[in-house]
Write a protein that binds this ligand. Sequence first.
Ligand code: RET
Ligand code: FE2
Length: 549
Amino acid sequence: MDIIFGRNKKEQLEPVWAKVTGEIPTWLQGTLLRNGPGMHTVGETRYNHWFDGLALLHSFTIRDGEVYYRSKYLRSDTYKDNIEANRIVVSEFGTMAYPDPCKNIFSKAFSYLSHTIPDFTDNCLINIMKCGEDFYATTETNYIRKINPHTLETLEKVDYRKFVAVNLATAHPHYDEAGNVLNMGTSIMDKGKTKYVIFKIPATVPEDKKEKNPLKHTEVFCSITSRSLLSPSYYHSFGVTENYVIFLEQPFKLDILKMSTAYIRGVNWASCMAFHKEDKTYIHIIDQRTRKPVPTKFYTDPMVVFHHVNAYEEDGCLFFDVIAYEDSSLYQLFYLANLNQDFEENSRLTSIPTLRRFAVPLNVDKNAEVGSNLIKLASTTARALKEKDDQVYCQPELLYEGLELPRINYAHNGKRYRYIFAAEVQWSPIPTKILKYDVLTKSSLKWGQEHCWPAEPLFVPTPGAKDEDDGIILSAIVSTDPQKLPFLLILDAKSFTELARASIDVEMHLDLHGLFIPDSVWCFFTTIPTFSHHEPPLTPSLSPGNHHF
Ligand SMILES: CC1=C(/C=C/C(C)=C/C=C/C(C)=C/C=O)C(C)(C)CCC1
Ligand SMILES: [Fe+2]
């Protein structure tokens, strides 16, 4: 297991052709671009946690039934500083690092304390975000890194703080139909307040505006004051519907005082986060029309959510589906020391990830009896119990046990939907199968094969699709069997049967998240991607001249 998780992966700068078996649908043309940790040791030093690893971007380009692969380390400042020093010099989630061992530790500590919030890493290893015509590698700090999605080159380092006052931001933004980005971040102790800030980055900038970079037109959509100045909630994603935003202020919290002294105490950021099992989970529902939270105070039992699946409005209710845990043990499991030979014993979750559906009444009858259930629908067993003082206690419906890394047909984001594509996980954090879950019939289809560890399954719709599941699933599969090459799996999303696989002779890393860029998007680029002389010889159908750029 150490080999799969902890070993540094080589980058594959020259595109390498895959061996394709089966048939790739001819309409499927584009690039699957994904991100995840790839380097876990630098010189003699080793990261403690899998989420610390240096970002390795990889892409699978699908053209005319063929696939080629490449990968490249994100040349973040963190990467460059580490490589130059030949040791880890920048702190990550699970590893505190000391840039200059010769320098007087007190002077360094003093400079950190005087800032309260230290400068975070730009090792953007979690996801890829599309912002206007630009693509960014993202993590959860205030930094994102622009990348060239074709060559995987690293471009500008962008500090969110230049455009919106946030110290942290999620790696899971939402997009509306026009491509505008909606994201959330935490602003820590700014002007005496700690807030959760929802912000919008426009997809396009009006012609008459001087500043062409959409980020420069970022606007704050709404802010919610944290319940506590010094211990805001940690969150990894949030939900949207057509008219609302859903934010869970969960009892998995950051301790800002601990963070401000972590450096001198020699502890990592992860140790400054704690699950408060005695606290509630507050459900904030923000009305997009008024840009204000609805007045009713909704809450539920303590839980930890990393991934929101989807949400929608129907019959006067707001439904939201999340993958929830009973505690924060997931983050504990990814310490590399646990992901070793005795992995089966050391990496058991203490709570299994479950798909839970919440139903929130949008018009709360002030005169409803205390204790009454405000959800009067036959379609769900989720309840919302009226309490005194405008409070409503929400009890979810448990839909499925043992799934993570959920994706949907994004055309249904914020709308009524039926299918969830996810990785099946049981008591260990390792996906063993890919799953299609039907929230209507509560039935599932699965794909799995011995020794195969699938990555997050991504849905790509068929052009002109009618049904929600008209399309294909893409998932990068790594194998624990050294004899077996990793491959890009292409499933028919309806039947969940294999259409094709593209095996690639590289040591592929386990990744986290990414996106698919259909070839039609390339034509928006000012510089049309051309094939460099490093690339494999072009077949006539692959030459740029023959392509529909
Ligand atoms: C560096 C850093 C952070 C990094 C968090 C990361 C890298 C989280 C990754 C989460 C993943 C991959 C979850 C998957 O479900 C914090 C804690 C935000 C704040 C302090 C500085
Ligand atoms: Fe995630």
